[in-house]
Ligand binder design. Structure first.
Ligand SMILES: C[S@@+](CC[C@H](N)C(=O)[O-])C[C@H]1O[C@@H](n2cnc3c(N)ncnc32)[C@H](O)[C@@H]1O
Length: 226
């Protein structure tokens, strides 16, 4: 990296464009910090997803875009003998999540794959549940990802997406760069256009935060579909 760019980052922090690019695909020396910041902000979204997944013993579950994988341990405790899988296209996130979850992986309860969600390295009808948190904003062509979700889901399996609402995202300046933002009706339209039927939506109100000088309470949607 250009040394001036490095010094700028060190002293002034990332620009909104750099932050957006890192959230889309964490990479390089910033990836560890980005992963930690996501962990601090997103636990309540994971808790919302676990409730919506309606997990039973022995189910096979895929998370797309797991970041640094902090939450797989808690996910594994939501039911007995879950077979967990993760897919992420950031090499750094796969490496960090692999290191963090070494025991779970060694026990055979978790396997992690590196790759994009519009070309998943999984056989047809592999999973009872597929979920993703803070990922659909980056799907420039949602249909190509949803087709893959449908392919890898078993018949009757469910897909849960957790996403912050457009009105919340608009208060965070970095989301002006490469994020597609949705309110509930927008994401529902996308789901229906690609053959999914929404079965339930929960609105999560997070704790109040200060961002770019303004205080607000972010809201997220937990939307499950079949
Ligand atoms: C904003 S982070 C969210 C991480 C975590 N789910 C959370 O909410 O804290 C987005 C994650 O999804 C991954 N990702 C984004 N688009 C992806 C795609 N098309 N295929 C696979 N992984 C993707 C990124 O590498 C990153 O780890």
């Amino acid at each position: 990296m250009n040394p001036y760019r490095f010094l700028r980052l060190l002293f002034k922090g990332p620009t909104p464009q750099q932050m957006a690019a890192q959230l889309r695909k964490p990479q390089g020396f910033m990836a560890r910090k980005v992963g930690e910041r996501m962990n601090a902000a997103n636990r309540s979204l994971y808790e919302g997803a676990w409730k919506a997944l309606d997990l039973r013993d022995g189910l096979s579950v895929l998370e797309i875009g797991f970041g640094n994988g902090l939450f797989f341990g808690d996910l594994a405790r939501q039911a007995k003998a879950l077979r967990l899988h993760g897919l992420d296209f950031s090499k750094e996130m796969v490496e960090q999540a692999t290191e963090r979850n070494a025991e779970l992986i060694a026990s055979g309860a978790l396997s992690l794959a590196h790759g994009p969600s519009d070309r998943m390295p999984f056989a047809d009808a592999s999973f009872d549940r597929v979920f993703c948190i803070n990922v659909v904003y980056f799907w420039d062509d949602p249909g190509s990802h949803l087709r893959e979700v449908r392919r890898v889901l078993k018949p009757g399996g469910t897909f849960t997406a957790v996403l912050r609402t457009r009105s919340s995202m608009e208060k965070m300046p970095f989301t002006a760069f490469g994020f597609t933002k949705y309110e509930e009706a927008d994401w529902e339209r996308v789901l229906r256009a690609h053959g999914f039927t929404p079965t339930g939506t929960t609105l999560l109100r997070e704790r109040e935060i200060e961002f770019a000088g303004a205080r607000f309470t972010p809201e997220s949607l937990v939307m499950t579909s079949v």
